[in-house]
Design a protein around this ligand. Structure first.
Ligand SMILES: [Zn+2]
Ligand SMILES: [Zn+2]
Length: 337
């Protein structure tokens, strides 16, 4: 940072409505209705309804239009990755965050200092979205969803192989896999296709709209079909994807249902048990402990602002590693994915 450049804390502020860039008069993922919002990605706790002007990637705008309809923003502007936008002395760019399709980091440059707000992110390869691009900056805002050393996600190919192995082992049982409707669902499908699974994958109705948007945006998902109305016999040894939290009555319509779930939380045995999951699959769209540390090292920001999860452990680690780190007390974000 230029020695006379204003520190980002003087122009990027934590407010009750979320992070606010004062000179650009712009909120990032605001939790309240705002005049101008830049949205990092389509998950509901980041992409809320009712803002006036919304700036985001085209995919994020498509997810918002699907969820919020008319309320997705009176004025919507799509910005491609890497395109620069000038706003009252602030240069804004979006860079891929690798979290879900369309997810972006917000890069803000103002008078010689740079802040990067990464939103939610992960570092491993995902066939359904562009990979995270590390950008050097003066302040890096990071999530901390899985910021504990116990969270080290296994390779996703290994988890998908466990699911396919179970299908071979129990050819009579219908495998019902819990997946979040936006991101995890399409990633699991794409990973299954990469592993050579080319049968029809059956979907709970709630998963269909987001899959359709992924396809419109050019992501191949293979043969999908709604599960509603499919004869019980046909579902023996088949894969059904559904939003998490399926109830017993719904499950009973499937032949010998075997419940699985794809989530970073499946690393916690207790949760899998609590949720009645027979086959927990540790597949996460958030950075694990090692990815968080790797990212902080790569962006080389002298100062880290931590939000959205287990701030304390990551702040401690970053401080030990020689960074200045503090918690951003932003509220309104869910513990998702
Ligand atoms: Zn998210
Ligand atoms: Zn989030």
């Amino acid at each position: 940072m230029d020695p006379v450049a204003p520190h980002p804390r003087t122009w990027l502020k934590s407010t009750p409505a979320g992070l606010y860039c004062e000179p650009a008069d712009l909120f990032i993922d605001p939790t309240r209705k705002s005049d101008r919002a830049v949205i990092t990605h389509g998950h509901s706790d980041h992409a809320r309804a009712g803002h006036r002007a919304v700036l985001a990637t085209a995919a994020t705008l498509a997810f918002m239009a699907h969820r919020h309809g008319e309320d997705a923003g009176a004025e919507r502007q799509a910005l491609g990755y890497g395109e620069a936008l000038e706003m009252n002395g602030v240069t804004l760019r979006l860079l891929p965050a690798g979290h879900i399709l369309g997810s972006a980091q917000v890069v803000l440059d103002y008078r010689g200092s740079r802040a990067v707000i990464s939103g939610d992110y992960k570092r491993r390869r995902d066939p359904t979205c562009e990979a995270f691009v590390p950008e050097r900056c003066d302040v890096f805002v990071t999530e901390a969803t899985f910021a504990l050393p116990v969270f080290r996600h296994p390779p996703d190919r290994q988890e998908i192989a466990r699911l396919l192995h179970s299908l071979r082992l129990f050819p009579e049982r219908c495998h019902v896999v819990g997946v979040y409707s936006l991101g995890k669902c399409q990633r699991v499908i794409a990973l299954l296709r990469e592993a050579g699974y080319d049968e029809t994958i059956f979907l709970h109705g709630a998963l269909e709209p987001c899959c359709a948007i992924y396809r419109e945006q050019g992501v191949a998902l293979g043969e999908l079909a709604p599960v509603a109305g499919v004869p019980r016999e046909r579902l023996k040894g088949q894969l059904v994807l559904a939003p998490p939290g399926f109830d017993d009555r719904w499950l009973r319509r499937f032949p010998e249902p075997l419940t699985a779930m794809a989530s970073g939380w499946m690393r916690v045995r207790q949760r899998a048990k609590q949720w009645g999951i027979e086959l927990p699959l540790v597949i996460s769209d958030h950075a694990d402990w090692d990815e968080l540390k790797q990212t902080i090292a790569e962006v080389a920001a002298p100062e880290i602002w931590v939000t959205h999860g287990r701030e304390e452990a990551l702040i401690r680690q970053a401080t030990l590693d020689g960074f200045r780190a503090r918690a951003l007390s932003l509220t309104g974000f869910e513990e998702e994915c």
